[in-house]
Design a protein around this ligand. Structure first.
Ligand code: INI
Length: 195
């Protein structure tokens, strides 16, 4: 049997999309800083003019899944990192936004076969959000680590002949994974593939 595991090295050819919900920008900009810092320290060129990271800004978390899914479908990225902050405050808006962004991000990953990282901080208060965005630790760093790990893992998985829709190439060594990978129902997304 084989162990498949992502790595945090040999990152020069990896490509990432970072989708950022601007709402609560005090928090979100700190998450972005942590995320960029982590990618940079692991050898990724984070320059927007470079060819490893693209940045997509959207108004708030509610809009993240649409753009994340489109970016994943482009075939350009090893992983899509979604950054946002939903703070409960006094409004039921929180539940709608937090619910939709979490479901939407999960759907984007599952439908496209591309890792889409859930980098959305959901807290009751601004204080808690600040603690997660730099005062105590910066979760932006952790989200970048997840992207590196999943991006490199999926290269291994795909290299075995398992395509991004979970289908096995015939006769490939990837058959060892068939029990897990074939559980995914391959969605028909061919019409909006923008390769
Ligand atoms: N968007 C967030 O990213 N975080 C929030 O806390 C938030 N709250 O609480 O309202 C929020 N709302 C905006 C939402 O994401 C959409 O941008 C807006 O509703 C337009 O569709």
């Amino acid at each position: 049997m084989t162990v498949f595991e992502g790595t945090f090295t040999q990152t020069e050819s990896l490509r990432f999309a970072i989708v950022i919900g601007r709402f609560n920008d005090l928090i979100v900009n700190k998450l972005l800083e942590g995320c960029q810092d982590c990618l940079k320290r692991h050898g990724v060129d984070i320059n927007p003019q470079g060819n490893q990271v693209d940045f997509y800004w959207v108004p708030g978390c509610f809009e993240i899944p649409l753009v994340a899914r489109k970016a994943a479908l482009s075939g350009r990225y090893d992983a899509v990192i979604c950054l946002g902050a939903v703070i409960r405050g006094q409004t039921p808006h929180f539940d709608f936004v937090a619910g939709e962004v979490s479901k939407g991000i999960a759907a984007a990953a599952f439908q496209t076969g591309v890792p889409v990282i859930f980098g959305v901080v959901t807290t009751d208060t601004m204080q808690q959000a600040l603690e997660r965005a730099g005062i105590k630790s910066n979760l932006g760093w952790n989200y970048a680590m997840s992207a590196l790990e999943m991006g490199t893992l999926m290269r291994q998985v795909n290299g075995l002949g398992v395509n991004s829709y979970g289908q096995l190439a015939s006769g490939s060594a990837g058959q060892v994974l068939s029990g897990e990978v074939n559980l995914a129902i391959a969605p028909d997304v061919s019409s909006d593939r923008i390769l």
